[in-house]
Design a protein around this ligand. Structure first.
Ligand code: ASP
Length: 343
């Protein structure tokens, strides 16, 4: 794994260490602060709910969160505010929800990063399987390998050759250590046989702005962010990281078609509450999420963005926990083998 060339990236990594330590200190008050007895949650919700997104506004995780927050708030009869707590590859926002009061008023929309963070950070303010109560799976989003418009390659094979031949100057944008785009970068490094020069952002929303502006060369990101730029030709798209082509982006070949089947990753998203959240509260959240994912407007918008709601039998805590466990088992050895560490 290439280490940062620029001083700005070194600074970011130092900040990561400081932030992680700060979050750890705060975690002393624990994810179990909170609920007030067995009947807790029977009249939930009586006030505004905050849905934390651990990446920047305008990015793909933010998009998914906002898409379900609106119909969920209608079902629950209370406003859901989306709050972006960005930084440290999604671990700061997750840490904030882990230590929040477990009453259902602060919840987390996260993604595959929940299963990669423990292998990347030696100090984390949370333990994925212990600090959270799973609510349900939301959607699994394909990723696309894209570049700024005027990067010379015109297809995937040329991209591989170009990146290899220009490895000193080609830059790869990601959302920091622990993000899906960083994980995809690891897979790219392995598949292409190169070390990437990474430029970390607090989310791929701002990374996309720089990619469209030509300040950074290429990126791998969810279709929930890239579709809007691929369709009008503001970026070049080389491959999707799924076994099948994406219906809304039919011209983009899969990495399997392009001869790199190992470069496969789907960005699954799940909704979490702090551990110890009363069952009655979790059930209301799960039911509201399930209802949101059945809304024709949500299904249509997701299809337009290259994805679909999770199957109904996956929108519950048990299926979500099973997925989280399986993904921790899948990615931990891959990351350890790559030898990447945040701090
Ligand atoms: N797509 C991002 C990632 O690479 C995060 C985001 O901004 O939603 O994890």
């Amino acid at each position: 794994m290439a280490l940062p060339l620029s001083s700005s990236r070194r600074t970011t990594y130092r900040l990561l260490a400081v932030s992680a330590a700060a979050a750890l200190g705060l975690s002393a008050c624990g994810g179990s602060s909170g609920s007030s007895g067995a009947a807790a949650g029977s009249n939930y919700p009586t006030g505004t709910i905050t849905m934390v997104v651990p990446f920047s506004a305008g990015g793909p995780t933010d998009t998914v969160a906002r898409l379900v927050a609106e119909p969920m708030s209608k079902t629950l009869g209370q406003q859901i505010i989306v709050q972006n707590v960005e930084g440290a590859g999604g671990t700061l926002g997750a840490g904030e929800v882990a230590k929040a009061k477990n009453d259902g008023y602060k919840i987390l929309m996260h993604h595959i990063g929940m299963s990669t963070a423990p292998a990347l950070y030696s100090t984390l303010a949370f333990k994925p399987l212990e600090s959270f109560q799973t609510v349900g799976l939301v959607t699994e989003v394909p990723m696309t390998i894209i570049s700024k418009k005027d990067l010379p390659p015109t297809n995937f094979k040329e991209l591989v050759e170009y990146v290899k031949a220009n490895k000193e100057k080609v830059t790869y944008a990601n959302a920091g250590i622990g993000s899906a785009s960083q994980l995809c970068g690891l897979l790219i490094e392995k598949a292409f046989g190169v070390d990437l020069t990474e430029v970390p952002y607090k989310g791929t929303g701002p990374a996309m702005t720089d990619l469209v502006g030509g300040q950074v060369d290429f990126m791998c990101d969810q279709t929930t962010n890239t579709s809007a730029q691929i369709k009008p030709g503001k970026v070049k798209a080389f491959a999707v990281t799924t076994s099948e082509r994406v219906k809304s982006l039919p011209d983009i070949p899969t990495t399997t078609e392009a001869g790199m089947p190992e470069l496969k990753v789907g960005v699954w998203h799940g909704l979490y509450a702090p551990a110890g959240t009363p069952e009655a509260v979790v059930k209301k959240l799960t039911d509201a999420l399930a209802a949101a994912l059945k809304e024709p407007k949500v299904i249509e918008k997701m299809a337009d963005l290259g994805t679909a709601p999770e199957a109904a039998d996956q929108v519950n805590p048990a299926a979500h926990t099973a997925k989280l466990k399986a993904q921790l088992d899948l990615w931990t050895p891959v990351i350890k083998a790559a030898g990447v560490k945040a701090a």
